[in-house]
Design a protein around this ligand. Structure first.
Ligand SMILES: [Zn+2]
Length: 342
């Protein structure tokens, strides 16, 4: 089985975006604020938006199952207050749940949280609980910077985040560390802010003893870990100077990287530096980079091709990257598959 651990509902029907625009307009003028019931998207519309997009590409490229969360750049936690984020997260999570019900063999949901700048993350727990208990979510996306590029939240190692971690441990779910749209013009959203955040999250964990407090907490750092694998020597050297244990014990029981790296040399480097047990297959399609690479004639985000062509991986390594590691990092996914005899 090939599990893609990083997919977003980037192709949701236009009505969703229209509702969001009205919600945003309603922040300034409450008369414009839409009701949740104003958003009507039929099952047929959901089905079409998936069948002609993600599912078609999964079949073309040969992946079976996608861990599917709301569109990351649309989370935009910096907009409005907690109430705004709460209504928006509930709607987006419900849509991903409905997709998972319509295509139970191909999509399993992961939740966005109703984070809001300066608001205690504890407020996210009711939505998190609903998504796990009622919607069968197997993971969450945690935004380390709900300000959208101004980085004024405490680091991920701070006790500020502990209520979320306690729930993650209780439910045995991992978090993908995933920022949203940058509203800071210095950082391009998908070209800089995302990759900066991946690198920043790793370093926040490195300088801390977070995983001593939460030995079973698991973070999935997307986009191949940002700059982390490329600069592994720098991180090892910094850990050494900080008198931290070797990174293999300090971080690699808890931190995992996905394969959303869009060229062969990048995937080769990721797999040269990071142990196979810490790498999970992902493509993030249909996402940030949708074009065809003129050097190869294939889509940049067709990442399975790079895993297949990576010469240092054995067949058993690929099986771990495609399936085994995802089952280990997402135990609720493993349990759901086993319940279906898979
Ligand atoms: Zn993403």
């Amino acid at each position: 089985m090939i599990i893609d651990c990083h997919g977003h509902y980037t192709t949701a029907p236009k009505a969703l975006e229209n509702w969001r625009n009205r919600q945003i307009a309603g922040i300034k003028d409450p008369a414009l604020k839409p009701r949740v019931a104003d958003l009507r998207i039929s099952d047929d519309e959901l089905r079409e938006s998936i069948e002609t997009n993600q599912l078609a590409k999964m079949k073309e490229r040969g992946s079976d199952l996608t861990i599917f969360s709301p569109r990351a750049s649309f989370m935009a936690h910096h907009i409005g207050d907690f109430e705004v984020s709460q209504a928006w997260a509930a709607i987006c999570n419900e849509l991903c749940f409905r997709v998972s019900q319509l295509f139970p063999d191909h999509f399993v949901p992961a939740a966005m949280l109703p984070q809001s700048p300066g608001v205690d993350p504890k407020t996210c727990i009711p939505e998190l609980e609903k998504c796990v208990k009622e919607y069968g979510n197997v993971g969450i996306n945690l935004n380390p910077d709900p300000s959208g590029g101004h980085w004024n939240s405490p680091p991920l190692s701070d006790r500020h985040w502990y209520p979320i971690y306690e729930k993650m441990v209780e439910y045995d779910i991992p978090a993908m560390i995933h920022v949203s749209t940058s509203c800071n013009p210095a950082f391009h959203t998908t070209g800089a802010h995302y990759l900066n955040a991946d690198t920043t999250a790793f370093m926040q964990c490195l300088t801390s003893d977070l995983f001593k407090d939460f030995p079973t907490l698991r973070f999935l750092i997307p986009h191949g870990g940002g700059a982390v694998p490329y600069h592994w020597g720098r991180f090892r050297g910094l850990a050494q100077e900080l008198k931290k244990p070797l990174l293999s014990e300090h971080l690699l029981n808890n931190i995992f990287f996905d394969t959303c790296v869009y060229h062969q040399p990048g995937i080769d480097l990721l797999n040269t530096v990071i142990p196979v047990k810490n790498v999970l297959f992902a493509s993030e399609m249909i996402g940030a980079v949708r074009g065809i690479d003129p050097e190869t004639g294939h889509y940049y985000d067709d990442t399975k091709r790079y895993i297949e062509a990576c010469k240092i991986l054995s067949g058993a390594d690929r099986q771990q990257i495609y399936e085994g590691n995802a089952r280990r990092v997402f135990p609720r996914l493993d349990a759901a598959l086993k319940a279906k005899g898979q």
